[in-house]
Design a protein around this ligand. Structure first.
Ligand code: ADP
Ligand code: MG
Length: 229
């Protein structure tokens, strides 16, 4: 049974990734199609259309490269990493989606910061999930605040605060259940995978929320022994 469970866990992770890739690529593809149609109609501003199509193609390339890193099967290898660099690269990955949704992403990092013993690509997956959820919770725009600080007991606290729709209290226990989603195109796998990965890192994840005000996701991770950047 254990082996079976492990296999289905892996399938879920792959499914979540595939859904993520499809979702991320659909927007630039739709844009490129639109501009090809404009060109076929003999649009006047050709150079500009080509420029936009090229940047959309660059974006698809970037997304595929990012997700390939996530999807590649690899031995679990923990390394000491500066989590702020990770957070920045994920924020950059989601920037277009944020801009399209009128969401401003703001970072507040403490200067003196410990490294974290982690599997970078797995943690990236968590941050993609949590940040995407925050952006998706703010269809009318808002702010996603990402804070990173050290706790007195040598842990790292990451806090993702959004000004989105919030989650009713009765639904909080459902979070992390496979396929629990309130979205038309949601998979309901993002938080399940995220909870599992944080658990693997001996960390904790907690969600607090107020309907129509926003949601706070806190992730606590143990710092690597006495090494600083
Ligand atoms: P999905 O994003 O595919 O729906 P997730 O596991 O990532 O799956 O999230 C499950 C559900 O939790 C979402 O459908 C949503 O209802 C809720 N949720 C998660 N994060 C937030 C958030 N920041 N604000 C509001 N609701 C959220
Ligand atoms: Mg999600």
């Amino acid at each position: 049974t254990e082996e079976l469970l492990r296999k289905s866990d892996k399938l879920s992770v792959v499914g979540e990734l595939a859904a993520g890739v499809a979702h991320e690529i659909r927007n630039p593809l739709t844009a490129i199609k639109g501009f090809i149609q404009l060109l076929q109609m003999g649009g006047s501003n050709k150079a500009h259309y080509y420029e936009i199509m090229m940047s959309e193609l660059d974006r698809i390339e970037f997304i595929i490269n990012e997700f390939l890193v996530l999807a590649k099967p690899q031995a679990v290898r923990y390394q000491k990493k500066d989590i702020r660099t990770l957070l920045n690269s994920i924020a950059a990955l989601l920037d277009t989606q944020a801009i399209l949704n009128n969401v401003v992403i703001r970072m507040e990092y403490e200067a003196d910061f410990p490294l974290i013993e982690c599997e970078e690509n797995r943690l990236k997956q968590v941050f993609v999930n949590v940040m995407k959820n925050a952006i998706e919770a703010m269809p009318g725009g808002g702010e996603l605040l990402i804070q990173a600080q050290q706790t007195p007991d040598d842990q790292v606290m990451l806090r993702f605060t959004d000004t989105g729709c919030g989650i009713p209290e009765s639904r909080i226990p459902k979070l992390g259940e496979p396929f629990y989603t309130t979205k038309e195109k949601g998979t309901g796998l993002g938080l399940m995978v995220s909870y599992k990965i944080i658990e693997e890192h001996e960390g904790m994840i907690a969600v607090t929320s107020v309907v129509d005000e926003g949601t706070v996701v806190e992730i606590l991770l143990p710092a690597a022994m006495r090494e600083r950047v």
